[in-house]
Design a protein around this ligand. Sequence first.
Ligand code: SF4
Length: 626
Amino acid sequence: MSYGYTGKILEIDLTAGTHNVLKMGEDFYRKYLGGPGIATYFALKNITPHTEPLSPDNVLIFATGILTGSFGPAVPRYTVCAKSPLTDTIGKSEAGGFWGPELKKAGYDAIIVRGKAKDPVYVNIADGAVKIKSAAAVWGKDTLETQNALEQAEGEGTRVLQIGPGGENQVLMANIVNELGHFNGRNGLGAVMGSKNLKAIVVKGSENVPCYDKEFPKDLSRWVAKNLKDHALAYGLYWNGTPGGITTMNANGSLPTKNWQESVFDRAEEIGAQSLEKILIKRKGCFSCPVRCKRVVESKDSEMPINPALGGPEYETLVCLGSNLGIGDIKLVSKANELCNRYTLDTMSLGMTISFAMECYEKGFLTKEDTGGIELTFGNEDILLDLIRMTAFKEGFGKDLALGSYRLAQQLGKETENFLLQVKKQELPAHDPRVKAGLALQYAISSHGADHWFAQHDTLYTEKGSSGMQSIAQLGVAEPVPADELSAQKAKLIYYTHLMTIMYDCLGVCIFGYASRSIVSLEKLAQLVEAVTGWNISMWEMLKAGERASVMMRSFNGREGFTSSDDVLPPRVYDGITNGPRRGEKLNEAVFTQAREVYYQMAGLNEQGLPTISKLAELEIDWLAE
Ligand code: SF4
């Protein structure tokens, strides 16, 4: 009997219209756990080096974690991998919601999708049975229309994962959504679905995930629900959601504003959690999550109606489509969020691409002629919704925005690269590495372009006795490090918390439910894994499984020709902050390069940033050496 996993991986060939089932044993699951561990394993085995990301040869993998769907607290997550059309690296993106747990209940731990359907299709998986069906009726529809149509066609309780027009039109920043509010947001993996003519994968299952100890996961969830109020960080996530970060970031002088030209926004309060409260109608959660950090907003204003079925904006969206564009209207930014959700566009990459274009316009590298008459200025509230729609449908100037900021800069000329905020062609999230210096390593070293969840954030580890320091003590980190310091100790902190974070992805748990960001400690997590799987497994073994996934991702990139010369930061972060309390603060490039070197050595990467033979041997993935 297996616990925590079904042992079955579904392979679908869209070109042939066939499917088959791979059976994997306990050794495989214990070694790779799930999420990016399993997904990257199959990416390496199935994607030939230098595959064109939007060709039928790319392979799309959906993989749940070993805890996904187990009724422990905050265990909804699954990973999507493919070669990314945005970054040309391994693409990796996690989402919560309900689809991952339902996939397991339907009998599969993961799905491998290859080829391309002749005409648009969706895949229906119901209690193990697989059907490939025509998507003619929903192709071209937005996500709300598609969700309703597929629920009606497949029955109540069906969980829908899908792409909207952004994915169908292969916009390079298109994402994937399940149940209208949970996104595999980054790396343009929705465009890969679109390139395969795959509109949706709908799942329905009736078998609960087998757990060795059925009671412990539920007891732990009940404990979290009961004690949430006593944990300031976790309760803050429930009460304010991620938008709680807006006013904090603004007060400490690190709120990206007008394409990061400024770091304090005079209208920050207007897009913060308290303003959002005025249109908030509900707090919502993912599968089995007592933290419930999701927002649902509504406006019945006839000028700016907002449909609550599409959820509500997160911190990153409020910044990237708000302060970063000089926009301070909460209803407008929430409407922009709704449109991005309808069309499946990543709000971070889109917002940062628009802000890059605005700076180019401001400095004369783009003209009204280029934009089709659009006055592309910061703070212009009249153009935002049109720009989103034009990007999703690649209309007019939207066709340029659909390329993302890096490729747009290539079109506009070398001088515009100074305004770019990207790593490996993926736009930066809304956290400033000049203030949280560990993010410099996170953004640069991440295998799939700038990612703020590569590791945990500096501010959790600046004071003795803080919840962050208490939680990381188990890994042997005893001394706090200032947020803006980029020392060898900071490199260690990022290395250790990267292992912790990618282990969470492999397990299928949400970072907002677990240490250091939240209430469940590493000790309790280890107990949960034992209870679900029945394995006598240590935290060391799980962290090493996380590291295995990380090293496999870097190996994928190594095959594609990526080296340390790609682990670099955009020029603007070496410029001083221009306004607010942190004015003048900047990163030092030599200090960053030194910290990156220290990180490489700790992580078993050579001077080119590639895994050493000894690291591959330690992790028992020597098969990658060739
Ligand atoms: S903390 Fe938020 S994102 Fe994470 S599982 Fe819970 S509701 Fe979902």
